[in-house]
Ligand binder design. Structure first.
Ligand SMILES: Cc1ncc(COP(=O)(O)O)c(C=O)c1O
Length: 427
């Protein structure tokens, strides 16, 4: 195993800032009780510096948003140029010119040329839009989702987010329109049974849609087995269900294709994008095939599903920068990153019995560890200058979702440190 030096790790300024924050922020937002959080000062590419001057290599791309790298030069240039012209537009009345440029470019990356967009800010906004339009198109509000699913935490999205820890405090607000089928095992062994479950759940007369993450992110980096998505698509069509692909995490170039579903030729009725789409600025999109998009019409001069910042000029400009970066070669990097992580992490399994499984695709990889180990790895990695987080309902999966600009030598260094952190945590 490569030796990694543990360097002095300071948290004086982080602690001061966190103390001030804890006095003004609602207690559920952050983990103020532990000594875990650092306070971030700046980031470039895959390198991050905190307020104490500690340096990190980023294996998270900050919840997946900085896929093309922190402050990617194309993104920054595009935002700068836009800031010099117009900061805020009137998205659904007098739109900013950049909205048309962004959407024309975005739809060229989708599996059919006729998707129609509603822009918003967060991933959950895109999911809200998808659920509303699907219900309007079918007249049936029920939605089938999958165990482990994470679709966001706004009122509608929460209906189809599976993890009880997010649902429980708000149980009284849930209508129960979300129904959950098992997420299929990665070897496909139960895929037929899962499809049967979908068929059974759809028998409840109010079900109009099925929403799926081609690769579950927050559910623990779980890849749907080959053939499952196409079969689900055929089944949805048979049952008259709208198929919603939630690609908020897996999409926008993370897994080697623009959408993770592209690897299997999936053409969903609705695609949700967010996170990486804005390169660090908040922008998301709900993209719908024409019959769904046309199911909701404006009322006179009022758009009926819109928001103040729809098509925000800076988000659109950032999105153009992201698409340029992906198109000019960065998109091809995802596969190589995934292969390198898989090869290294798989080789660790011989040395570290706590590693149960290595899974994922492209820059969306998961290392499944014995119960209780992953959280310790995250702490030990932080002290070694690596940012990594856990995913999965039991928080037992190290999620490696690095920016695509991470060079091989940086990735190798980060992985050396991560292995050292795993060794310490498993002791
Ligand atoms: C697949 C998926 N959908 C939706 C969301 C919600 O996105 P946001 O947190 O931007 O609202 C997430 C967030 O992690 C996600 O992973």
């Amino acid at each position: 195993m490569a030796k990694t030096q543990e360097r002095p790790f300071r948290r004086t300024r982080s602690r001061t800032t966190l103390r001030a924050l804890s006095a003004v922020e609602a207690p559920q937002v952050m983990d103020f009780d532990s000594d875990f959080p650092i306070v971030i000062e700046r980031a470039t590419g895959a390198r991050v510096v905190d307020v104490d001057g500690n340096r990190y290599l980023d294996l998270t791309s900050f919840f997946g948003a900085a896929l093309v790298g922190h402050r990617n030069p194309r993104v920054v240039a595009s935002i700068r140029a836009q800031m010099g012209r117009l900061l805020h537009g009137m998205g659904d009345v007098h739109p900013p010119a950049v909205k048309a440029r962004f959407l024309s470019r975005l739809v060229r990356h989708l599996p059919a040329p006729d998707y129609r967009a509603v822009l918003s800010l967060n991933g959950a906004d895109a999911v809200e839009c998808a659920l509303k339009f699907a219900a309007a198109a079918t007249g049936r509000p029920g939605v089938i989702a999958f165990h482990g699913a994470y679709h966001g935490l706004t009122a509608g999205a929460l209906e189809v987010t599976w993890n009880p820890i997010f649902r429980q405090p708000f149980e009284a607000t849930l209508s129960g329109r979300g129904r959950f089928a098992a997420f299929p095992a990665s070897d496909g062994s139960d895929a037929a049974a899962v499809l049967q479950q979908v068929r059974d759940l759809a028998r409840a007369g109010d079900v109009g849609a099925v929403i799926v993450e081609p690769i579950q992110g927050r559910g623990g980096i779980r890849v749907s087995p080959p053939g499952f998505l196409p079969a689900l698509s055929v089944l949805a069509a048979d049952l008259g269900l709208v198929l919603i692909a939630d690609e908020v995490y897996s999409g926008a170039g993370r897994t080697g294709t623009f959408l993770a579903g592209d690897a299997e030729g999936l053409v969903p009725d609705i695609v949700c994008l967010g996170k990486a789409l804005g390169g660090g600025l908040p922008i998301s999109a709900c993209l719908m095939r024409p019959p769904i998009a046309s199911a909701v019409r404006g009322a006179g001069h009022e758009a009926v599903h819109t928001s103040t910042f729809l098509g925000h000029p800076l988000g659109c400009a950032a999105g153009i920068g992201v698409l340029q970066a992906l198109d000019r070669g960065l998109g091809a990097r995802a596969g190589a990153i995934g292969d390198r992580i898989r090869a290294r992490a798989t080789s660790w399994q011989h040395r570290h019995a706590c590693i149960r499984e290595v899974r994922g695709r492209g820059a969306m990889m998961g290392i499944v560890l014995d119960a209780g180990v992953a959280a310790k790895v995250v702490q030990a990695a932080l002290r070694r200058g690596v940012l990594v987080l856990t995913e999965g309902p039991r928080a037992d999966v190290l999620a490696l979702t690095p920016p695509l600009v991470l060079a091989d030598r940086e990735l190798d260094r980060a992985l050396d440190r991560l292995e050292s952190a795993i060794e310490e945590a498993a002791r």
